[in-house]
Design a protein around this ligand. Structure first.
Ligand code: ATP
Ligand code: MG
Length: 579
């Protein structure tokens, strides 16, 4: 590619709308352009990266035996009604009507569409196992689209779905995708970790997330410092252990706590350890089956003052479809009291208590009366509770459930997510097949997603410096940039062209920066865009009988003598020294 004829307009200034490095650098390096919140154009350089990530994914999917297809983006409501998700997916699902007033949505994921395909085409165990995948645009109307390609509304996803006649087969299909995902992220040059994850709104029996490790990640990963266990904070199990405090139970006492709302404020005001001042929170649980009907219910949850409630665990304990903190007005409506003075005594809602509170006595709780708390509360004696559960976030130093190690915390970006779905969709949508005994049974499914744009963006979060992006070679927009430093010097141009053409014929993805610009401008752009290898050809170095090669990642400078076959040598450096 000749840069003078290409389409790159780099920016010097950091765009004010971009909070994270990958977003800033993708905008500055002319890779993407914002169209609307969470919606981006892929400019030529950005598209090259996206295509490279897609090709790595495609290669590994094919190797794992998955078969590519392409489904429609627009999906009819009937399919979503048949799985029961039309009413449950929430506002992320962008719904619209066609001219005939029929309901449609833009696909945020394709379980319904693929199940419908398989239902119509597969009716015997002999046609399975089969795993189908596509690489395609998804739309999710995210509440907070941000960070560029990291959390878009329109984004490219690879989604795969496996179909097996039984559970054992489904486990084999799952494992194949698990292995393929590891191979994909390794091939993209990304340090990553696989963690146990919650199944979320997709549903199903178990799941893993693939996390790219980066300090800027939105996800918190909990892992053991001794064994292999790691999990998303939403899922990480907290071991129920401790010893009951050995203190005489005192009598309850109501105390005024004017304008003290948080656990910390109340603890400081009363001169009590924060551990003894639990938080009581009201949580709205949607889709709970009550008397055979799905309803939205409100519950109170208590965790220690120094702990955080985990909504995903609450959702599972209450057997809800989703769980969210209730808004102020809902809390007032359901309890007659506002946030900050809530407590378990005389609470009109069911009270779920975190295990850690089992070991405490004489605690301080809100009195369900504005500006008052109650001292010396002992839950079993003074409140009616549903029981003790694991409903808090794991924290560093918590015990590992599998060995005698301790938890530690790191940040990560979720780039891939795999689910063992079981028969959730095949049952609701009637996708059945005959097993070996001639019995018509629901097909066992798995689903597997990778965010293509998010993978590219997370590569930047993991690989950048103050000058710009440091692409892993496998997904760099170009592997090598050749820079003629003096564009009015025939010898410089001839030598640069020779190296450029030589590299092209060796199959290297190379760009030549033949613009009539100062060397400094070209170097800055090359570093910003992040080409892994830079070859510079200048009048001065030619007169010294050599050219200069710089490895972007390490800054290592290598001089090549003109007597070499330069293209071969550059390719050799690229193959052996650049990652
Ligand atoms: P998150 O928790 O980050 O919203 P998710 O659990 O909703 O992700 P999945 O439904 O598992 O995501 O989708 C599969 C993959 O698609 C994710 O692992 C991620 O890489 C990507 N992805 C999901 N939502 C977005 C988005 N809004 N923008 C870009 N990529 C996304
Ligand atoms: Mg999501």
């Amino acid at each position: 590619m000749r840069q003078s004829r290409y389409f790159i307009q780099t920016l010097r200034e950091i765009p004010s709308e971009a909070e994270v490095v990958s977003h800033q650098l993708m905008l500055r390096a002319s890779m993407i352009k914002k169209v609307a919140a969470g919606i981006y154009d892929y400019l030529p350089l950005g598209l090259k990266v996206i295509r490279k990530v897609e090709n790595i994914i495609r290669e590994n999917m094919n190797k794992a035996g998955a078969i590519e297809l392409l489904m429609s983006v627009v999906q009819p409501a009937e399919l979503w009604q048949s799985s029961g998700r039309w009413n449950h997916f929430g506002k992320e699902l962008l719904r619209f009507k066609d001219r005939g007033n029929r309901d449609f949505c833009l696909g945020p994921t394709h379980e319904e569409v693929i199940t419908d395909i398989v239902k119509s085409q597969v009716n015997s165990y002999k046609q399975m196992p089969v795993t189908l995948y596509q690489i395609q645009t998804k739309f999710r109307d995210e509440v907070r689209p941000r960070f560029g390609l990291m959390r878009g509304r329109e984004f490219i996803m690879k989604d795969a779905y496996s179909f097996d006649i039984d559970d054992a087969g489904a486990d084999v299909s799952y494992q194949k995708m698990y292995d393929a995902y590891k191979a994909i992220f390794t091939a993209c040059g990304l340090a990553h970790k696989v963690v146990d994850a919650d199944t979320g709104s997709i549903g199903g029996s178990f799941s893993h997330e693939f996390m790219v490790l980066a300090d800027t990640g939105e996800d918190t990963i909990i892992s053991c410092n001794k064994c292999e266990y790691s999990a998303n904070v939403e899922k990480a199990v907290v071991v129920d252990s401790g010893e009951k405090e050995n203190a005489a139970l005192k009598d309850m006492e109501e105390v005024a706590t004017p304008n003290k709302h948080t656990a910390l404020e109340v603890a400081e005001f009363l001169g009590v350890d924060i551990i003894h001042v639990p938080k009581t929170m009201i949580i709205r649980c949607e889709g709970v089956v009550v008397d055979g009907r799905e309803e939205d219910i409100y519950v109170a949850c208590m965790v220690r003052g120094d702990h955080e409630v985990n909504l995903s665990k609450v959702k599972n304990v209450v057997k809800a479809k989703s769980a969210e903190f209730a808004e102020h007005y809902e809390v007032l409506d359901k309890t007659g009291c506002s946030i900050g003075s809530l407590g378990p005594c005389n609470m009109p809602l069911k009270v779920y208590v975190d295990n850690a509170l089992k070991y405490l006595c004489n605690i301080v709780v809100g009195a369900n009366k504005e500006g008052y708390h109650i001292k010396n509360v002992n839950l079993e004696r003074d409140a009616k509770i549903e029981g003790y559960f694991d409903i808090r976030n794991a924290m560093p130093k918590d015990k590992c459930p599998h060995c005698n190690g301790e938890y530690q915390e790191t940040k990560g970006i979720e780039v891939g997510h795999i689910f063992k779905l079981g028969t959730k969709y095949s049952e609701s949508m009637g996708a059945k097949a005959l097993d070996k005994n001639g019995k018509n049974i629901p097909i066992v499914m798995g689903c597997y997603g990778i965010g293509v744009g998010r993978t590219a963006a997370s590569a930047i979060e993991q690989h950048y410096d103050e000058k710009g992006i440091v692409w892993p070679k496998a997904i760099a927009p170009f592997e090598v940039v050749v820079i003629p430093l003096n564009t009015n010097d025939d010898e410089v141009i001839a030598k640069s062209d020779e190296i450029y053409n030589g590299l092209l014929s060796l199959g290297v993805d190379v760009i030549i920066d033949d613009r009539n610009e100062r060397a400094g401008v070209k170097f800055n752009d090359a570093e910003l865009i992040g080409y892994p290898l830079r070859v510079s050809v200048g009048k001065k170095s030619l007169s010294e009988g050599r050219i200069e090669v710089v490895i972007r990642r390490t800054g290592e400078v290598i001089f090549l003598d003109l007597s070499n076959n330069l293209a071969d040598k550059v390719k050799e450096i690229l193959d052996t020294k650049v990652i």
